[in-house]
Design a binder for this molecule. Structure first.
Ligand code: ATP
Length: 331
């Protein structure tokens, strides 16, 4: 069915760099709220089929608004979104049954048990016979670790248990795409590990997963791709390795008295940024050079090297640098 340039699943962002089919694509997706606030600005998401896409960003950076637009829960004020090649929200009725979603929990009934709540949701979907639906419901409850608490009333569930029930609801049917907004919210470390495990399992079975989080460390290990939001903008997107590549390594050289000037000349001669000098130690970004080329150049210039260290920023440091956020929320 690909006719070339207009196939939204295949066209890259003008550069032709997206080759495979996409599960989620947006072009220029924008949401300006009535208050005038632009929560999402000109977003070009590219979620390849089969990916686990970590949608990362601090609180208030626009992840939930984006996800709500993807699912047709909020109308964009600009741009376009496609889910599984179908335009949203126009094709919602056809495509949403193929998409499982966890967005601020579906409306659960407080006086019904977890199991009875899932029955209500399955009845709305009504795509499976009752026996299959009951089996899927119990499997979903087991998968999220609620098997033992299935008969407990929803109002007695802890926040983590509520979140797990939301996940179970997203798993009631086999899905091609799962969109999970902060699925680890309210979960303890063990619950967070279980969610990661579940995401990995679903991905192994071929489901594309888009999972948002404000904590890189929570989902970084399971992602094949990342998209990083900051103040409504997508500041970085691509295979997970782009994050590591973005962090610039620095080299730190310690020499002996009388050789600091010569060491600095060698580093400058290699085209490195002006080194920061602290006593006998010089520090500079390695800028694409192999660290061994730096040490070899120092040796060739007869600079005595008593310390040589290459430091790469952690992914967390890169993330914080990209989003420019500390602990505070964006707005
Ligand atoms: N209905 C609304 N009306 C006005 N502003 C809104 C509305 N919903 C969200 N916003 C604002 O849009 C911005 C983005 O919010 P959003 O919930 O999309 O961020 P987020 O990245 O999902 O954050 P969090 O992790 O805290 O949920 C925030 O500044 C928020 O206050």
């Amino acid at each position: 069915m690909s006719t070339g340039v207009l196939d939204p699943a295949r066209v890259g962002q003008g550069s032709g760099d997206d080759t495979g089919p996409l599960a989620v694509r947006t072009d220029g997706l924008t949401k300006r709220f009535r208050s005038g606030q632009v929560a999402v600005d000109d977003l070009a998401l590219r979620v390849p089929r089969g990916a686990v896409y970590g949608f990362l960003g601090p609180n208030g950076s626009g992840k939930t608004t984006t996800i709500r637009m993807l699912l047709g829960l909020v109308r964009p004020t600009g741009g376009q979104a496609w889910l599984l090649d179908q335009p949203m929200p126009d094709a919602g009725a056809a495509v949403l049954p193929r998409v499982g979603a966890l967005v601020e929990g579906p409306a659960f009934h407080p006086y019904l048990s977890g199991r009875a709540n899932l029955d209500r949701l399955a009845a709305v979907d009504a795509t499976a016979d009752p026996r299959t639906a009951a089996r899927r419901r119990d499997e979903a409850l087991e998968r999220v670790g609620l098997g033992a608490a299935a008969e407990k009333r929803f109002r007695q569930y802890s926040l983590g248990m509520k979140q797990r029930l939301g996940l179970a609801a997203a798993l009631l049917q086999p899905r091609e795409l799962l969109v999970l907004d902060e699925p680890t919210n309210g979960l303890d470390p063990q619950g967070t590990r279980e969610v990661r495990h579940l995401v990995r399992e679903l991905a192994d079975a071929g489901t594309t997963v888009l999972v948002s989080s404000h904590l890189l460390a929570e989902i970084e290990q399971v992602c094949t791709h990342v998209g990083i939001m900051s103040r409504g903008h997508l500041v970085l997107q691509g295979a997970r390795s782009v994050l590591a590549e973005r962090g610039q390594a620095r080299v730190s050289v310690t020499t002996t008295t009388g050789h600091v000037g010569a060491a600095a000349r060698v580093l400058r001669g290699l085209g490195l940024e002006e080194p920061v000098v602290d006593g006998l130690r010089l520090d500079a970004p390695v800028d694409g050079l192999a660290p061994e080329d730096v040490s070899a150049a120092l040796v060739r210039a007869d600079v005595p090297v008593v310390g040589f260290e290459v430091r790469r920023p952690s992914l967390e440091q890169v993330f914080v640098e990209l989003t420019g956020e500390g602990f505070d929320v964006a707005r």
